[in-house]
Design a protein around this ligand. Structure first.
Ligand code: LP5
Length: 243
């Protein structure tokens, strides 16, 4: 059995999500052969040199899971694309490329964070191209920590303002891009997060039935997709409120 989650946006300020996640690691995740985390695992990640006790606690919990026998795979999201080798070593997890082609029960499946599918969001796509090119990444990683903290805060605030003003279809995936990438990789199943719109969409790709499974974000509920011999099943559970 394989489990997939995304968009937990873990941060010290949300102990309810952290608690639910740690409980998930100690229970359901232990039954899985692999756990895939498809991006935006952390609310924001400004570099492996900014690892705090909070991050170490999360890394340690992931390490314990893999020592227990569940392989852990992690993909970057738009909030935590600066996660690097140091965190992955601490957490004993494997960093996946976006997109990643995997084999689930003999089916070729494409995994993505999902932000790159939102091609109608022109302002975001421009920013993404800039932030993710190797030269920018080199510059960002070498900026002083305090500068990165300030820039990340600015970027978050600007993003919050701008996303509120964007039309709902702009911040969703573009159908033609989904179709293009599924055709390119020859898959009938695409799994991604990012949009916070959990659902399974039935599609036709190259004349064949296909599906796009969108993982939910962890906020008031947690969302887990289970893949087993019976297929794909996403379930949610309510997060316990603060005591
Ligand atoms: O995150 P989410 O899902 O709410 O919104 C995304 C897009 N926004 C982002 C930005 C993130 O929220 C914040 C990223 C923090 C990264 C930290 C690491 C970098 C550290 C080093 C600092 C440089 O990804 C949002 C999409 C939305 O998804 C839906 O797809 O719409 O995109 C935007 O809102 C982008 C705006 O449209 C354009 C912003 C221009 C910003 C310009 C000035 C900021 C000054 C900072 C200079 C670097």
């Amino acid at each position: 059995m394989i489990l997939l989650i995304s968009d937990l946006h873990l941060e010290q300020e949300r102990p309810d999500i952290t608690r639910a996640f740690l409980h998930f690691l100690e229970t359901q995740a232990r039954q899985a052969q692999a756990l895939y985390i498809l991006g935006d695992f952390f609310e924001v990640w400004i570099g492996d040199d900014a690892i705090t006790a909070f991050h170490q606690k999360i890394a340690q919990a992931l390490r314990q899971l893999s020592e227990h026998g569940t392989q852990v795979f992690l993909m970057h999201g738009n909030r935590d694309f600066l996660i690097g080798k140091q965190f992955c070593r601490l957490a004993s997890c494997t960093l996946l490329r976006d997109p990643a082609l995997v084999d689930f029960n003999g089916e070729k499946v494409l995994l993505m964070h999902g932000d790159s599918l939102c091609t109608q969001d022109i302002a975001y796509m421009k920013m993404r191209r800039w932030l993710r090119n190797p030269l920018s990444l080199f510059i960002l990683r070498n900026l002083p920590l305090s500068t990165r903290q300030k820039l990340a805060r600015k970027l978050r605030n600007e993003s919050k303002l701008q996303t509120r003003m964007k039309a709902s279809e702009i911040v969703d995936v573009t159908a033609s891009e989904v179709s293009r990438i599924m055709t390119q990789y020859g898959v009938q199943t695409l799994i991604h997060g990012h949009t916070h719109r959990p659902a399974t969409h039935a599609l036709q790709i190259a004349g064949q039935p296909a599906q796009r499974i969108v993982l939910g974000d962890w906020d008031k509920h947690g969302w887990v997709l289970q893949v087993d011999a019976d297929g794909y099943h996403q379930s949610s559970f309510a997060l316990e409120a603060e005591a």
